[in-house]
Design a protein around this ligand. Structure first.
Ligand code: ADP
Length: 504
């Protein structure tokens, strides 16, 4: 086989393996999603589940009790007439035996009395204290009935239903005394199999109907509760989307909701208004304080710089102390400037002066400015043709200087910093690349948050954690977007892109 064929086959096998892997990960994701769904439905802490279970339990207890009571009543009605009948026989039987035994022996008299009272359906028999049968109905001579009935022990004094191999009998026993002589026990039985089977079928039907009714009621209750909870869920969803800087525009509007939930939404709305006011006051305070502190601190920094420049009789310790004071003052002035910028951006007071900018020229200018502040060489790789966008010249410079400042701060002094400019698919792309410490992958999407700094220990360069959040707000405010690609100890590339369509 040729080498090319072997490579081709291997490639196909690899593709098949990849497809199998893809399918299995897809199935895993599906499984995870459905297990999450089930967990959500069975969440015992949820109000929906608790209400549904509670109401369904009450309904089940109610319906179950009703069904049990109905069946008890039916059983009572079914046997009560037979019971009365049996009681009558029990009361009459000793007198009948006495009458018959006037002419014959008591045993014979009892047999005759039984013959006159019993039918095939209602056998009667008498047993003496030794358990010997003294007299019995004709029916009991039949083996299949006789053997079963005569063998029954513990027959109760009050008539009770007994299940004897699938046939149902109402049975009772009573002591028999004739002419002041104890004859033993008189046993009465009544075959109620037909009625009992009908009754049992009825009970089964009733139980099934009860279960179905409970299931339907539970479903209806669950749906109803789910619908009633929807406005609450909506409030949750709406509040989750409210951000701190859009508090004044936030409004919870519910079309159809119970009046209690509407009241809750109105209370939320009022609270949002209060929060928006408090937020606005806080912003104003921050902006005023930043503004008031920046001027004196700039003056202090200026004086320290001038002492450092002009005095040549300072000791080494004094120079070092003044340099630390100057650097801290500068850092604080920068922080105050950043806070002021953010306050202006948040309050919408920052106006952009949008104009057409030729990026090739702007980047040259920015590199010139950046090189004045640092010793680092900054290279430019730009398209030969001019790339024009619409943006605010001053703010775009601020953005780029900030990104270059970071690139210099977070890379070694001898490594290069490069600016790249390209145009593709109606978008201009500016990249600021360094070969510095890089940013860990899990923190790359957090570096644009306010006051976020990657691992303080490596940030010896100093900073406020506000620079990138200002950069992002400025870029997005001018209609562009910003992203980062970085690898630890390899370097970072910040990319900002703008549309090159000059219509505004
Ligand atoms: P800072 O004032 O701390 O520089 P930024 O908002 O400018 O604040 O940056 C946030 C964090 O992102 C920094 O603390 C730093 O850890 C990281 N970072 C920003 N730019 C770079 C870069 N070019 N290389 C490595 N890390 C960077």
């Amino acid at each position: 086989m040729k080498l090319a064929d072997v490579t081709k086959r291997l490639a196909t096998k690899k593709q098949q393996l990849e497809i199998v892997n893809l399918k299995s990960s897809h199935n895993k994701a599906k499984l995870l999603a459905s297990s999450n769904k089930v967990r959500k439905i069975l969440d015992t802490a949820s109000l929906k589940v608790r209400l549904t279970v509670g109401i369904a339990a009450v309904a089940a207890i109610g319906l179950g009790s009703l069904a049990a009571w109905t069946s008890m009543r039916m059983q009572h009605i079914l046997v009560s007439t037979h019971k009365e009948n049996m009681k009558e026989i029990v009361a009459r039987f000793p007198m009948d035996v006495e009458i018959y035994s006037e002419m014959v022996s008591v045993r014979e008299g009892a047999q005759r009395a039984i013959a006159s009272l019993s039918t095939s359906n209602k056998p009667i028999w008498i047993k003496n204290s030794e358990g010997e049968v003294l007299a019995k109905s004709q029916t009991l001579n039949k083996a299949e009935i006789g053997n079963v009935l005569l063998a029954v022990d513990n027959v109760p004094l009050i008539p009770q239903v007994k299940d004897l191999n699938g046939s149902y009998w109402l049975m009772c026993a009573t002591p028999l005394r004739v002419n002041n002589t104890d004859l033993g026990m008189l046993y009465l039985a009544h075959n109620i199999t037909k009625d009992q089977i009908m009754f049992l079928n009825l009970i089964r039907g009733l139980a099934l109907a009860t279960v179905i009714a409970i299931a339907i009621m539970t479903t209806v209750i669950a749906v109803y509760i789910d619908r009633s909870m929807r406005p609450l869920k909506k409030i949750g969803q709406l509040t989750a989307t409210i951000s701190a800087d859009k508090l004044d525009q936030a409004h919870i509007h519910l079309e159809q909701a119970p009046s209690e939930v509407k009241e809750l939404a109105e209370t939320f709305d009022k609270m949002l208004v209060r929060l928006a006011e408090a937020w606005e006051h806080q912003r104003e305070l921050l902006s005023n304080v930043s503004h008031e502190l920046r001027t004196p601190l700039t003056i202090i920094s200026g004086y320290i710089q001038s002492i450092l420049r002009r005095s040549d009789n300072l000791t080494e310790i004094q120079t070092e102390a003044l340099m630390t004071a100057a650097s801290e003052a500068n850092r604080t002035v920068q922080l105050l400037q950043d806070l002021l910028d953010l306050a202006r951006l948040d309050s919408g007071r920052l106006q952009f002066q949008i104009e057409t900018i030729i990026l090739n020229d702007l980047l040259q200018e920015v590199i010139g400015m950046a090189e004045q502040y640092s010793e680092r060489t900054i290279t430019l790789e730009a398209e030969p043709k001019p790339v024009a966008i619409k943006a605010d010249n001053h703010r775009l410079k601020q953005v780029l200087l900030n990104l270059i400042d970071n690139a210099v701060k977070y890379s070694a002094p001898q490594t290069p910093v490069a600016l790249k400019l390209s145009e593709q698919n109606d978008r201009a792309k500016i990249q600021v690349c360094d070969r510095g410490v890089g940013i860990p992958l899990q923190q790359q999407n957090r570096i644009f948050e306010r006051f976020f700094r990657v691992d303080e220990s490596r940030n010896r360069a100093g900073g406020t954690g506000l620079g990138l959040s200002i950069v992002k707000t400025l870029v997005e405010g001018m209609g562009g977007n910003i992203s980062v690609r970085s690898q630890l100890n390899e370097g970072s590339t910040f990319t900002i892109s703008f549309s090159t369509s000059l219509r505004s």
